[in-house]
Design a protein around this ligand. Structure first.
Ligand code: PMP
Length: 454
């Protein structure tokens, strides 16, 4: 009996009219089939075949309060009765901007957009306009959205595709000032403008010497350094002690704009994002995902003298639905909920992630499975690997990504929904019962693997 018959039938119907059958390329990676959802409640989600799963995909991050958080839904419904969008200014956008400038340490001002991709595009544009320079330093394994100006070096879940694109060979050789010829940054997709990438300098992350060398060589032409504060997209790797501080020092000394991409970490590591937790003051941050709790909204926040370029007309910032009232209502409600009891929910989510990480490590040990769990605050990454530790993108690339996809598939049968690439999100709605059930499920899967080996 096929457990996923409805999902498969819906996918077949979809493929006739929806390019690729899914609405974002990554979603096609789920095995045995991309699932169709019908409803979500708290930490659980239901599929079209009537199965219920504990959800660690969480819509790829936004559902920080879980599914259908009742007070947020109520506020949305009452706001929506007054209209879905205006194209005029409204008080909700001021309220949200005031809230953000209060909770985000680096935010003098903010600007809204719809997706993380757009927020990064705006941040890069601001940095280039502010410095009147063109180059951007970014890092292997970080993801900053899919726009032509930045999309490269994102490890595909499909290891074969990522090997074909030869991502590891792209580490910059900075032996002269004409890097684009011998160290070309390779487009992340067909149809992408290579010219749009020619000002990108791609470096290994967490490598202080590489950063110092690149800034020494190119500093006077670099507009921005953009980095995830924690490498959440490739192994949940924490910055080495002093690394972000070095980035701050080098950027300040060389007139470079420091952008932290907090699309994942914002409103997840704490109300003040990872930069609040690490006490690093970037010039700009990009935020998205959790801020809207599941409704599309993103933004750039940062220094007044940089954001000022929007006010004085130097930088165009556009978007039909930017700052729309549904999105701002969702964000204000989400942030207010996260702020309750002095933000106690962040410690709870971190504890859930720690308990899950520790439980998974123990389960792998008990069943003689080689793997690593890297936990960073409320997110963690489970990798099957023989490496002793995964503290670089290079080490991350050595994981057995195909085995993880099999694991995710078997966990699905056990009632647990995982992202196929190894990153787990937890929400405020995940409690002890969910964690217990999840660990029991993982133990059953690993026990079967152990039996197969013996
Ligand atoms: N930056 C980071 C760090 C991200 O993880 C993502 C999405 N995973 C983005 C930017 C792009 O956001 P969006 O998918 O909303 O365009």
């Amino acid at each position: 009996m096929n457990r996923y018959r409805q999902s498969e039938e819906l996918l077949n119907r979809s493929r006739r009219v929806l390019a690729g059958g899914v609405s974002s390329t990554l979603r096609a990676a789920m095995k045995p089939t991309p699932l169709y959802a019908v409803a979500g409640r708290g930490a659980r989600i239901q599929d079209a075949d009537g199965h219920t799963y504990i959800d660690y995909l969480l819509a790829y991050g936004p559902l920080i309060l879980g599914h259908g958080h009742e007070p947020t839904v109520e506020r949305l419904l009452s706001s929506m009765r007054n209209g879905l969008a205006y194209g005029l200014q409204h008080q909700g956008e001021i309220e949200l901007a005031e809230l953000l400038t209060k909770v985000l340490p680096c935010a003098d001002q903010v600007a809204f957009s719809g997706s993380g991709t757009e927020a990064v595009m705006l941040a890069l544009r601001l940095a280039r306009a502010y410095t009147n320079r063109r180059r951007i330093i970014r890092f292997h394994g970080h993801y900053h959205g899919w726009s032509d100006t930045i999309f490269t070096s994102f490890p595909s879940t499909d290891m074969k595709a990522s090997r074909k694109r030869n991502v590891m060979s792209q580490v910059i050789r900075y032996d002269n000032d004409t890097h684009p010829t011998e160290a070309r940054v390779i487009p992340g997709t067909g149809g992408q403008s290579e010219a749009a990438l020619q000002d990108i300098i791609l470096l290994p992350w967490n490598d202080a010497e590489a950063l110092k060398d690149a800034v020494a060589l190119y500093g006077s032409t670099v507009a921005a350094i953009i980095s995830e504060p924690v490498m959440c997209n490739s192994g949940c790797i924490m910055p080495k002690p002093g690394y972000l501080e070095l980035m701050r020092e080098l950027t300040a000394a060389n007139g470079i704009v420091m952008i932290l991409d907090e699309v994942i970490t914002g409103f997840r590591f704490g109300l003040g994002g990872a930069h609040g937790v690490f006490r690093i003051m970037p010039d700009l941050v990009t935020i998205g995902k959790a801020m809207g709790g599941g409704i599309a909204i993103s933004g750039v926040a940062g220094r007044a003298d940089i954001m000022e370029l929007i006010a004085d007309g130097t930088v165009s910032h556009l978007g039909t639905l930017n700052g729309n009232c549904v999105a701002t209502t969702a964000a204000v409600a989400t942030i207010n909920e996260l702020s309750r009891d002095g933000g106690a929910v962040f410690a709870r989510m971190e504890k859930s992630a720690a308990d899950l990480s520790e439980g998974l490590r123990q389960a792998m040990k008990d069943h003689d499975i080689q793997g690593i769990v890297n936990q960073a605050g409320p997110v963690f990454h489970l990798m099957f690997t023989t490496e002793r530790q995964v503290d670089s993108f290079e080490a991350f690339q050595k994981r057995d990504a195909d085995l993880y996809i099999t694991f995710a598939q078997e966990m699905l049968e056990e009632g647990v929904l995982l992202r196929p690439n190894g990153l787990w999100y937890v929400s405020a709605a995940h409690g002890e019962a969910e964690i217990r059930e999840t660990l029991a499920a993982a133990n059953r899967v690993f026990a079967r693997w152990g039996e197969d080996k013996s």
